[in-house]
Design a protein. Structure first.
Length: 134
C-alpha cells in the first residue's frame, strides 16, 4: 500500500495502478477501493483500456450512486476515444439506467444536436422531456 502511494506521489501512476490491482487480489475486504483507485490511476496514465475493464467489473456490483459515477467515467473514456459507437454505447448505458446528472446532460446535448440540424419539433420535445426530470 505504501509503495502505491509513493509511486503516485512520484507521478508514476502506471506503477501505482499495477500495485493497487495486486493489492485488490490479495485483500478482498478492500478490493473495491483498491480497484477504483487503480482504475483512476490508469485513467491518469492514459491506459484507458485497463481503466475501462476495471470500471466495467465494478459496475456489476455497484450501488446506484457508485454506478452513476462509474458510468460517467466510462463515458469519459468513450469520448476520449472519439469513437461514435463507443460514445453512444456509454450514453445509452447512462440513459437506460437513468443515472443523474448524466441523463439530463445527454438529453440536453442531443436536443441541441437536433436543434442545430433544424429538427425543431424533436429538439423541443426532447428539451421538454429533459426539463421535466427530477
Amino acid at each position: 500500500k505504501e509503495a502505491a502511494f509513493i509511486y503516485s506521489v512520484m507521478g508514476k501512476t502506471q506503477k501505482s495502478a499495477d500495485i493497487l490491482t495486486i493489492l485488490a487480489q490479495k485483500d478482498q475486504k478492500n478490493q473495491k477501493t483498491y480497484l477504483r483507485q487503480a482504475a483512476d490511476f490508469y485513467m491518469l496514465d492514459k491506459s484507458e483500456a485497463s481503466a475501462k475493464k476495471i470500471y466495467l467489473s465494478l459496475l456489476e456490483k455497484a450501488d446506484r450512486q457508485e454506478a452513476a459515477e462509474l458510468a460517467t467515467k466510462l463515458l469519459e473514456i468513450a469520448r476520449n476515444s472519439q469513437n461514435p459507437q463507443e460514445i453512444k454505447k456509454a450514453e445509452d448505458l447512462i440513459l437506460n439506467k437513468g443515472y443523474e446528472p448524466g441523463t439530463t446532460r445527454i438529453m440536453i446535448a442531443r436536443a441541441e444536436e437536433l436543434f442545430n440540424k433544424k429538427n425543431y419539433q424533436a429538439a423541443f420535445e426532447l428539451a421538454l422531456k429533459a426539463n421535466g426530470r427530477d
